[in-house]
Design a protein around this ligand. Sequence first.
Ligand SMILES: [Zn+2]
Length: 473
Amino acid sequence: MTPSNGYRTVSDRRFLGVVVPSVFLQEEGIDAVLDALESVQASAVCLSPTTSVVQAEGEGVRFPDLHVDGHQRVLERRIAGRDQLYLVSSLAYTPEAALYRAGPYMPPSGVSSSEAAPQSIVHDAATSARARGMTVHLQLNPLMPPGLRTEDLPVAVDESHPRAPQVARLGCINNPDVNAYAAALAADTLRAFDMLDGLVIDWAEFPAYRLDELTTCFCAHCAETARVAGIDWPRVKGDVHAVWDRLHTLSSHDLARVRRAVGSASGLLELLALYPGLVDFVRFKALSVEAFFQSMARVVRSSARPSVGLTARGWAPPWNRVSGFDVRRLAQICDAVAPKLFSFDYAAIPRWYGQPLREWNPALPEDELIRTLLACMDLIETPSRTVLEDFQIPRPDEKHPVDSAAYRRRIAELLDQVSGRSACHPIAHAYGPLHDWEETLRTLARTDVDGIWVQMYGYLGDEKLRVLADTWK
Ligand SMILES: [Zn+2]
């Protein structure tokens, strides 16, 4: 479909957006970055409302981010001659503190003002991109307020909070204090950047990188949300707890049963009939995320720029079922949904899920456990990955464990769920070998998606830019 707010260009070439962290605007200059985007005929750019200053090693945050243990992941476009470095980021605008007074969370105190990181650079880049005919989007992380309190973190079924290190440390999506910050952040951003075409909302879902995260959230706010929705919360909690306990006593036979359920409607129905609360848990997560995006849409509609588009960025199938990122619901609220097709993740997630299962069930054959995890995640088996330790975030030249058939299945599922109610713009991740990148783009080009986002400029070396220009039509 063609949304009304200009998400598709006048040439009707399919949407192509590129995520550009500010540090590249600072390093290469606004014009050089926008020239590169024009060379691939990008129709949109996604910026961050921050700027960054390079630090000594170990001070600040590693860039690209570690993603728990991705020490091998490095940039293709170097910054200050380096393919990995440490940054401290600060806001690229002066926040309006009064907007945040509905809750305890305030915006970050630091505002960029140095020569290396001028406050105006994001504003200037946005204005220049629009002058070149691109739509301009800003990415926000609304569930990550500065100084997130422990009591506002999600609560797992065993009453614990997710442990560090995490890929993203999120507040609970049903927590009113976190939501007050989220609404203030969106309103503040719309106020500070009056040329925006869209907001891209990231990490607004339940966490799903690890097994314990899948059992969140059982905080008091989530219990109340479930009660209002008429969900039998004690049954949900009882069944999630029963499955959690069962995962501590697995046998080979159980693994075979799970693999059979993955491929058989009858087997799957049997499991769900045993634990009916799981279905309500999935539904509860989806309606929680839906309510959050409805609140974001209200902020946009009540702003001075009510036509600003909303893009929901989140997990792809099958993880979106357990993260609550139900694109069928979100497509009715947002202008676009942008599921993350991050194939480098597929190389590590089986280990992140599998390690605790192995610790709880040391007698389980490791190869059977791996086969079961891969079946549940619709990932291919690769001969080079036979033990959990083999599942790591890949080196830059290492092939990702993806086959195009599984990729197409994920896209088909997404398109069915979106069903034309919004634009569907999956996010293709550019990290990895050139051949993988070309395959990914070719596969996506053959589907009916409305366009793609590319994550991110720092992984787009000159050859990858050329492939993007040649392949994405
Ligand atoms: Zn909660």
